[in-house]
Ligand binder design. Structure first.
Ligand SMILES: [Zn+2]
Length: 333
């Protein structure tokens, strides 16, 4: 049986499809979270992703008919950006105390001169042969690098360096899900988001004069605000809303000043609302997703290895070595 980190679990969620779906406020309350108001935050896709999280974590047998293989997880290619990260398949772990489970992403960037001189493999090998890791002291690295590379590869233009740039992401989601969940804080944050959503709705309705018939529908299309093309947004919303939408856009064709206040034209009022809604919805989604991971215990969840391998996951190399070692020891005991 295998364990997953948050980020690997997120990859899995994106790649499975389910036949069940949430079609009402009541479904949301019984399946996801006991607060019906939150149901209105989300569109069909969001609701389906939340349900997938719950089903993956709560069902004992992942091969059951409600979850089927949709698409294998993409294998990351080596973009030659980092010293240690060389791409590959997402990993699962066999042991909860595996050291790479709770590691934040930390790596050295390959210096530009090394890239230009086509010495990437040489540098990676050098790190490997010297057993340097992402935690090795910069002083030592710089000293050792400068007493080797600029001398050996002088003609290739390699000069002494001051240090390696580190890329570190503490919130990459790579870390394991916390074993403590702050329920009070979770509820307070949801309350804040609910009141923010009411507020932006009120502003859009009363100040920006967007009719409720439009507002109630466009919330489900808030992902459009992530597109840069206004034409694309107009096209999609015209398709969905028809006359109501074109009438509103035509009513406010230009930016204006009213009583000293700036009033954006129709489409920009819509885009502004979509952006704010998306931001609030996104935060609520993250909170609920964390809640589900905690509530159904991603920390202790044991996934079937074969199921994960169907999705292109592979066993982490430290865990694999450990398992091989244990089985050899057992053989001789
Ligand atoms: Zn491992």
């Amino acid at each position: 049986m295998a364990y997953l980190t948050k980020s690997s679990f997120n990859k899995l969620v994106r790649k499975v499809s389910i036949s069940a779906f949430i079609k009402s406020k009541e479904d949301f309350v019984s399946q996801i979270y006991d607060d019906g108001e939150l149901y209105y935050f989300f569109n069909r896709l969001d609701l389906s992703e939340l349900l997938k999280r719950k089903l993956l974590l709560s069902s004992e047998n992942h091969n059951e008919s409600s979850i089927k293989v949709f698409q294998t997880v993409k294998i990351k290619i080596d973009n030659k950006k980092y010293i240690f990260f060389k791409g590959g398949k997402p990993k699962y772990h066999l042991y909860k105390n595996c050291s790479s489970l709770d590691k934040d992403f930390k790596d050295f960037l390959i210096p530009d001169e090394i890239r230009k001189a086509e010495l990437i493999d040489e540098l990676r090998n050098w790190f490997n042969q010297n057993n340097f890791t992402a935690d090795t002291q910069q002083d030592l690295l710089v000293f050792r690098f400068n007493s080797y590379f600029p001398i050996k590869y002088k003609e290739k233009g390699i000069k002494p360096i001051q240090g390696f740039l580190i890329e570190e992401n503490k919130n990459s989601g790579k870390t394991y899900v916390a074993d403590y969940f702050d329920n009070l804080n979770f509820k307070q944050e949801l309350d804040v988001l609910k009141s923010q959503r009411k507020r932006i709705y009120g502003v859009a309705l009363n100040i920006d004069k967007i009719p409720s018939s439009i507002l109630n529908v466009i919330s489900k299309f808030d992902y459009l605000s992530q597109k840069n093309e206004t034409d694309e947004i107009v096209q999609k919303l015209t398709e969905v809303l028809g006359r109501d939408f074109t009438d509103f856009i035509n009513e406010y064709p230009d930016d204006t000043f009213e009583n000293g206040f700036f009033k954006p034209k129709g489409i920009n009022r819509i885009i502004l609302y979509l952006k704010k809604h998306y931001e609030i919805k996104h935060k609520a989604y993250r909170l609920l997703s964390d809640f589900l991971m905690w509530n159904y215990g991603l920390l202790d969840k044991q996934f079937n290895e074969v199921f994960l391998e169907d999705f292109n996951f592979e066993c982490c190399k430290f865990c694999k070595e450990k398992r091989d070692r244990i089985s050899i020891e057992e053989l001789f005991s």
